[in-house]
Every structure is written in C-alpha cells, then in structure tokens.
Design a protein around this ligand. Structure first.
Ligand code: 4NP
Length: 161
C-alpha cells in the first residue's frame, strides 16, 4: 500500500463538507482515544466537485465541536479514479456515493458503506445539507456509532491491540 505500514482510510460523501469531514474527524478522535492515531492515514473526499477547497460546513463544525471533535485543517476535495487503489478502506456515506465510486473503475473490494458497521442496521447516512441543527446532530450520532464499530473491526482484522 502507498502509505508504508499505515492503514489508510478515506470517508466519502457528495460535497465533502457535511458528512465525510465528520467521518474523518470522528474516526481520528476515536483512534486517538485508543492510542492508535499513528497507525492510520485518514482523509475525506466528495464524489462531486462543488465545494473544492472549502472548509467543513458550519453545522458539521458546530456539532463536532460540542463533542470535542476537531475538524480543523480539513478542506474539501473531489474523489478521483486515482483514489481507488490508494486506500485500504473507502467508506461511502450513502448508496449514491457508493455507486458513484464504483463507476470510476475497478475497486478491489475496498469500498464499503459506513452503515455496514451500524449496530442499529444498514442504510444511508442522512445528508444534513440545507437542514437545521437537529439534522446535523442526527448525522453526527449515526457517524459516531458507526465509526466506533468500524474502528473495532479494523483493530480486530489488523491485530492492532
Ligand atoms: P455532504 O452534503 O455530501 O454530506 O457534504 C452536501 C453538501 C453539498 C451539497 C450536497 C450535499 N450540494 O449540493 O452542494
């Protein structure tokens, strides 16, 4: 893998301003809590290019901040074909993102839906774009519980602890 011995993971949504920055930030936070931050290379991206170069949405920054999760330093970028072989784990926020990733080329079984790891059942992570604070909180809550299980899964598969 291109990142030496690190496990690489990228979170993908449509705009890379609401959901996937939360995925990246929450996953980093949880990995740090377990003392595993150095084991990972993390990123996020959008299948669309509407917000390239922009920081995360204020709604995402606000809800993350309430729970002590930082989204500082993140800037939106577009997911490209070149990303497909680069990441051990490509984590799509919804089935439309998942389809758009698969359309780019030949993924090697490394593309997942985040909610495959949801203890409350599979589905899409709802898009809070254009909605209020409650929507951002709901999205954060789903992403947090999924990222906990995703990290547990990776720890088990890669014998990290
Ligand atoms: P995200 O939300 O995919 O979670 O970042 C969206 C952000 C922007 C747009 C749609 C969804 N947009 O249409 O600009």
């Amino acid at each position: 893998m291109p990142f030496n011995d690190k496990i690489s993971i990228v979170f993908v949504c449509l705009g890379n301003v609401c959901r996937s920055p939360l995925g990246e930030g929450v996953f980093r936070h949880l990995a740090a809590e377990k003392g595993l931050i150095d084991k990972f290379v993390k990123d996020s991206a959008g299948t669309g290019g509407y917000h390239i170069g922009e920081p995360p949405h204020p709604g995402s920054r606000s809800v993350a901040g309430k729970f002590g999760v930082s989204l500082d330093g993140q800037l939106a970028r577009q997911f490209t074909k070149g990303d497909l072989p680069k990441w051990d784990y490509i984590i799509a926020m919804d089935s439309s993102n998942h389809r758009n990733i698969i359309k780019l080329g030949n993924p090697t079984g490394n593309v997942h839906l985040l909610r495959e790891f949801d203890p409350k059942g599979c589905g899409d992570v709802p898009d809070p774009w254009g909605r209020g604070d409650d929507a951002f909180l709901e999205t954060y809550t789903i992403i947090y519980r999924c990222c906990e299980k995703l990290l547990d899964h990776i720890v088990r598969v890669h014998h990290l602890m």
